[in-house]
Structure formats: structure tokens, C-alpha cells
Design a protein around this ligand. Structure first.
Ligand code: NAP
Length: 238
């Protein structure tokens, strides 16, 4: 039986992935910060294994993931905090970068030496990392950093036959986006996101960006000169 380890398993996209992988017969190791939430998930999904730890705590991550192996690892845990009115709050930026960038790095530090040839690691970035968006200084930077890191690491891991996939969602309806106070074009459900991710991983895709039309707009916008990009994104933000 194939084994998948998923972080961010207690909510949103990660939780949906847990449910869908269990349903398709995989052995699932669900990771999250809160033991209580993980237990509630395990109560509804017999056979589910759980590991409680905070991905920003390297010592705890090393202790919990020590010796754990899987055919597939999906590093989905993440957070989002926006900056308001261009005020740069260092603690806020650090929180976002620690969770979205250094958190996955902490997991990779422990897991990569334990993975065998033929396994795959998927990192959940965001289409927000493709184009600088207003208020997304911290979130976008964390996801842009993660995208660069993943694309670079993919080249170095080829030799060990460990494949990497970068997942770039657009807007997905989850507790994370339910806090947003602005319109979210082409928003999809967590069920749709999970299906798209699973299909892409099954096909061994290096990058899984969706919804495809939203991702295409973001990729095309990224090709425009900076001044034109800025005019466009500011108009969208208004
Ligand atoms: N929703 C979207 O529109 C969207 C778009 C693009 C990318 N994404 C990315 O997709 C991923 C999942 O997002 P989501 O929308 O499903 O968010 P969500 O519903 O808020 O779920 C986030 C998950 O990450 C976990 N988490 C947060 N900080 C953690 C930490 N320090 N250590 C361990 N676990 C931690 C949370 O656990 P707790 O229960 O402990 O808080 C929760 O399980 C994130 O990386 C996000 O950036 C989302």
C-alpha cells in the first residue's frame, strides 16, 4: 500500500487531500499542530496515522519526523497575513516567512535523507508568488521563495531519483481565504483543488497550477513590463 505524508492536514486543502487519499486506499500520515484536531480527523477516518508538531520548530519537526518514510510527501501547511497601507511589520513578515518558507525547509531537512529513489515531494506554493500583488508583500515573497527553492532543489535531487512538484493554487475556498475582504476571481472549492492536485501528482507533473485560466493570466501578467504589471494589479486590487 502506498504511503503519503501530508502537512496542514487539519484544515482546507490539506484536510481534503487527507480525506481523498484515504478514500483511494493510500496509507495517510496526517500532520498538524493541534493533537485534538488530528484526533477528530482520525476518529472519522479509520486507519489514519497522525503526527502533531509545529513546522516552524526545527527541533520538534526533527523529533516527530525522525525515521518516517513515504512514497509521497505533500507539504501543504501554510498561513497568510497581509500588510496594510504599506506598513512593514517585521514580526508579521517573519511569521509568514517562517511558516510558508522555513517550515517546509525544516520538513525537507528531516525527510529527504529518509526518502527512497522513486518517491515524490510536492510543495504547495501559490500563484500569488508569480506576480507582486498589493498587500501580499510577505505572503507573495514567502511563496516566491518556496517556488525558487523547489525548482532549484528539483535539479539537485534528480540524481537521487526523488521528484519534486510545485503546486500553485489560485483562490480556493478554505478557512484561510474566508478571512479575505476582497473579491476572489475564479475561486474553487477545496474538493476541486484536491482532485486537481491528485491528478497532477499521479501524472508526475513538475508544476500543477490551477485553475488553469487564472494561472495562465498570472503567468502572462508576469511577462509584462513592471510598470504595466503594477497598473494592472492595482486596478484589480481596487
Ligand atoms: N486557499 C487558497 O486560496 C490558497 C491559494 C494558494 C495557496 N494556498 C496554500 O495552500 C496551503 C493550504 O492552505 P489552506 O487554504 O488550506 O489554509 P488553511 O485552511 O488555513 O490550512 C492551513 C493548514 O496549515 C497548518 N499550519 C499553519 N501553520 C502551521 C505550523 N506552523 N505548523 C504546522 N501546521 C501549520 C494549519 O494547522 P492549524 O490547524 O494548526 O492552524 C492548517 O492545517 C497553504 O500553504 C496556502 O498558502 C492556499
Amino acid at each position: 500500500m502506498k504511503r503519503v505524508l501530508i502537512t496542514g492536514a487539519t484544515s482546507g486543502i490539506g484536510e481534503q487531500l487527507v480525506r481523498d487519499y484515504v478514500r483511494t486506499g493510500w496509507t495517510v500520515i496526517a500532520c498538524g499542530r493541534h493533537a485534538g484536531r488530528l484526533q477528530a480527523l482520525a476518529d472519522s477516518l479509520p486507519g489514519l496515522q497522525t503526527l502533531a508538531f509545529d513546522i516552524t520548530d526545527l527541533a520538534q519537526t526533527r523529533e516527530r519526523l525522525n525515521g518516517v518514510t513515504a512514497d509521497l510527501v505533500i507539504l501543504c501547511a501554510g498561513t497568510c497575513e497581509y500588510l496594510d497601507h504599506g506598513v512593514v511589520e517585521a514580526e508579521k513578515v517573519e511569521r509568514v516567512l517562517r511558516t510558508n518558507f522555513l517550515g517546509p525547509v525544516n520538513c525537507l531537512d528531516v525527510l529527504l535523507p529518509q526518502l527512497s529513489a522513486g518517491s515524490r515531494v510536492a510543495l504547495v506554493g501559490s500563484t500569488a508568488g508569480l506576480v507582486p500583488l498589493p498587500r501580499a508583500e510577505a505572503y507573495g515573497a514567502s511563496k516566491a521563495a518556496l517556488a525558487y527553492f523547489t525548482r532549484s532543489l528539483a535539479q539537485d535531487l534528480q540524481r537521487r531519483q526523488i521528484a519534486l512538484s510545485l503546486i500553485l493554487p489560485g483562490f480556493v475556498d478554505t478557512p484561510l481565504t474566508q478571512r479575505n475582504d476582497f473579491p476572489m476571481p475564479m475561486i474553487i472549492t477545496a474538493e476541486q483543488a484536491s482532485r486537481t492536485i491528485m491528478r497532477g501528482l499521479d501524472k508526475g507533473r513538475a508544476e500543477i497550477a490551477f485553475p488553469w485560466f487564472f494561472a495562465l493570466i498570472m503567468r502572462l501578467t508576469a511577462l509584462l513590463p513592471a510598470a504595466l504589471q503594477r497598473r494592472l494589479t492595482q486596478r484589480i486590487a481596487r
